[in-house]
Ligand binder design. Structure first.
Ligand code: GLC
Length: 553
């Protein structure tokens, strides 16, 4: 039986629209569960946790990269797109994992990293070995360097992780890397590159993968002159209107139109979601049905816990996605940002970078109100899970995990830290391996020491500490996801007239979600209480920073 067959026979609905209101759980494989005790999470580890994922009640998992990689950027530096990192398993392990997930009714989304490969990819090695002007170099973005021997970058561009964006190869040429120097950018004008990615999409689709999360989807196509490149100031000043030399160029959608044809070769068609940190008004082009089909909106992730801000963002994104024929995506946390239980415990600033700045300033724990952060995080989650559209949850948020601070410099892994120390502390704090048990080696993550250090008190967040415990964050997620499945129908939402600082909306079937964003208790609306993100007070009031789901007739 092929995986395609297991997909069809596993009790996954054949509904081509399964993704529109799915709850998708992001797994960062190296930090989820370690089956072989080498300190790195792996695919058999994920397979061993399928019962946990099933009980959680999610519709799909999205796996961050598990491909062979030197981990210069946590696996987003891919050596080979059609294989599994031997430290994480084998292709057979992948098949077993996908079959187990499918049998549990859970779809599988994988990460595809098309903007750049790693510098260990066979094509990049061939490019280095080949001369200037060769077909091998044409697959990447090589330009002549400046200076006597071309040893200087052709322009003063910076990598997104800090430091130069061009690296010299020693023969007068330099190559472009928007990220770490181990991540050379592909040349998407090259048909070989395009054909190879279509091959990769088919490779995983043939193995039964249900969809793709597309990394840095807005950077693939570029327009970089052969000589006299624009300088950094010119790049920074250039509007993102489809003509920027690097970002969000209009012709990137030609690539996705080709991908769509590949996705539609399958039944049901494979889905895709764009990671495109671009201007909001340019998202629909990624989300339309002739393109990737869905695009992340990171608007709630960047907002303070504030009723007005939430309402504006929700209204805008529902209208925008629906005009594009898509459904929107709600995200509070992922492997790139400070966990929201911690963000919400910091003073509101309206500045999305405030949490990063705080981490940089030595992360004084006295500045986080841990209790308030978690309380708001739980309220925000219940609100999110009542919204139309898909909800992308990041591993560990169901445990209320805070950002891990104080990781010693020598144990850090994120290139953003090493390349840009003065500006950011990096993303390791949200990538610390999960605590499954209250004690023992790496809190049940594996039998060895975890690859990133876990804090001493991590056990109190463990799955074992929360499972079956009434009122725990884990049980809140389980109940909410279960109810969401029962209550969800079409994608309509009506706002209720509410007092300032509160937000209420109704969905079909009398399902109402009501959130108190303020610091005082508020009047609880009428209706049968289905679930609340925290205890309700005896006087029938809705406490501060709490969401309640009600059934109203
Ligand atoms: C995306 C990923 C991030 C990675 C970067 C480069 O933003 O989410 O983790 O570092 O792309 O691939």
């Amino acid at each position: 039986m092929t995986l395609q067959d297991t997909q069809n026979s596993a009790g996954l609905s054949p509904d081509a629209n399964w993704w529109r209101q799915a709850a998708v759980y992001q797994i960062y494989p190296r930090s989820f569960a370690d089956a072989n005790g080498d300190g790195l999470g792996d695919l058999p580890g994920i397979t061993s946790k399928v019962p946990y994922l099933k009980e959680l009640g999610i519709d799909a998992v999205w796996l961050s990269p598990f491909y062979p990689s030197a981990l210069a950027d946590g696996g987003y530096d891919v050596d080979n797109y059609r294989d599994v990192d031997p430290r994480l398993g084998t292709l057979e392990d992948f098949d077993r994992m996908a079959a187990a997930l499918h049998a549990a009714g859970i779809r599988v989304i994988v990460d595809i990293v098309p903007n750049h490969s790693s510098d260990r990819h066979e094509w990049f090695k061939a490019a280095l070995a080949a001369p200037k002007g060769s077909a091998e170099r044409e697959r990447y973005i090589f330009r002549d360097g400046l200076g006597q021997d071309g040893e200087l970058p052709p322009a003063d561009w910076e990598s997104l992780f800090g430091g130069p964006g061009w690296t010299a190869v020693g023969d007068g040429q330099c190559y472009l890397h928007l990220f770490a120097k181990e991540q050379p950018d592909f040349n998407w004008s090259n048909e070989e590159v395009r054909a190879d990615f279509r091959k990769t999409l088919r490779f995983w689709s043939d193995r039964g993968v249900d969809g793709f999360r597309v990394d840095v989807a807005h950077a693939l196509t570029k327009d970089i002159p052969l000589t006299e490149l624009p300088d950094k100031a010119q790049l920074d000043a250039h509007p993102w209107d489809g003509t920027h030399p690097i970002w969000d160029r209009d012709e990137v959608h030609e690539v996705y139109a080709e991908w769509r044809e590949v996705f539609n070769e399958y039944e049901p068609p494979r889905i895709a979601v764009a990671e495109a940190w671009t201007n909001a008004d340019r998202r629909p082009a990624y989300a339309r049905a002739t393109g990737l089909g869905q695009a992340f909106n990171f608007d709630l992730l960047q907002a303070d816990f504030d009723a007005e801000a939430f309402k504006k963002i929700i209204s805008f994104n529902l209208a925008q996605a629906s005009a594009a024929g898509s459904s929107t995506t709600w995200v509070y946390s992922n492997h790139d940002v400070v966990r929201h239980a911690t963000r919400y415990g910091l003073e509101a600033t309206g500045d999305p970078d405030a949490a990063k700045t705080w981490l940089l300033q030595g992360a004084d724990p006295a500045r986080v109100d841990v209790e308030l952060g978690l309380r708001r995080a739980r309220a925000a989650t219940l609100l999110e899970l009542a919204l139309p559209g898909s909800a992308y949850l990041y591993q560990g948020e169901e445990l209320g995990l805070p950002e891990v601070t104080g990781i010693p410099d020598e144990q850090r892994q994120d290139p953003a830290f090493f390349r840009n120390k003065a500006v950011e502390v990096g993303r390791d704090g949200c990538r610390v391996p999960l605590p499954w048990e209250t004690s023992g080696s790496s809190f049940g993550f594996g039998s060895g020491e975890a690859h990133l250090p876990q804090p001493k008190d991590f056990g109190r967040y463990a799955v074992a500490a929360q499972s079956g415990v009434e009122g725990s964050t884990l049980e809140l997620y389980r109940e909410a996801l279960k109810l969401r499945r029962e209550l969800q129908s079409d994608e309509s939402l009506s706002w209720l007239a509410t007092e300032s600082g509160t937000l209420g909306f109704s969905r079909p079937n009398g399902w109402v979600s009501f959130t108190n964003f303020t610091a005082q208790a508020q009047q609880l609306p009428a209706g049968e209480v289905l679930l609340a993100s925290g205890p309700l007070d005896a006087a029938g009031q809705l406490p501060a920073a709490t969401t309640v789901w009600l059934r109203q007739r």
